[in-house]
Design a binder for this molecule. Structure first.
Ligand SMILES: Cc1cc2nc3c(=O)[nH]c(=O)nc-3n(C[C@H](O)[C@H](O)[C@H](O)COP(=O)(O)O)c2cc1C
Length: 173
């Protein structure tokens, strides 16, 4: 394979093909001065147990991420099955993303959105350049408590929100 093998990859086809990889949906949050900030992010995964690291990637055009990064810390809120409107709200640039959203602060002060499936609170650990995105690695400093973990996940697959419960019902007949 040559270095310019990517030249033949059509961006639309790239998105459509990679959209067949199902994921959960998160909102990455932080504080700018005393104001909460956040954006919807599906590219989240665990990286390392020792030390405890997670990662996500963010578009270089994001206006919210630089505001989060300035504080050196962030929380990742994994959304529950009924939070598709929360996902859509936090994906809209230049709007009041926090309208109607209830949240509480982590020990470090980052916003935890009510009704989520789980959350992790992180210190910024590393940032890597990756094409039109940045790969962010965070060191986990606090986890949602086990009693928090009572909900079903919101899923994203082929450009649409999905619900595990519906799939389970179909499978069950
Ligand atoms: C389901 C879903 C998943 C998304 N995943 C990501 C992602 O992994 N990385 C990213 O940079 N943007 C992702 N976005 C888009 C951002 O949420 C959106 O571009 C951002 O909120 C733009 O606003 P900002 O300029 O305030 O950052 C996703 C949007 C949706 C609806």
């Amino acid at each position: 394979m040559t270095n310019n093998a990517h030249v033949g990859i059509d961006p639309r086809q790239f998105r459509d093909t990679l959209g067949h990889y199902a994921s959960g949906v998160t909102v990455v949050t932080g504080m700018e001065d005393d104001q909460p900030v956040g954006f919807t992010c599906q590219s989240f995964y665990s990286v390392s147990v020792d030390p405890p690291l997670i990662s996500f990637s963010v578009m270089k055009s994001s206006t919210t991420y630089p505001r989060i990064a300035a504080s050196g810390r962030f929380a990742v809120n994994v959304l529950a099955h009924d939070q598709d409107t929360v996902s859509s709200q936090f994906a809209r640039k230049g709007t009041d993303k926090w309208a109607g959203i209830s949240w509480t602060p982590t020990a470090a002060g980052n916003p935890v959105i009510d009704g989520t499936l789980m959350w992790v609170d992180c210190d910024a650990w590393a940032e890597y350049d990756a094409g039109d995105h940045l790969i962010i690695v965070g060191r986990v400093v606090e986890l949602s408590p086990p009693e928090w973990h009572t909900r079903e996940p919101l899923l994203f697959f082929k450009g649409a929100y999905r619900h595990l419960r519906e799939v389970a019902e179909r499978t069950d007949g």
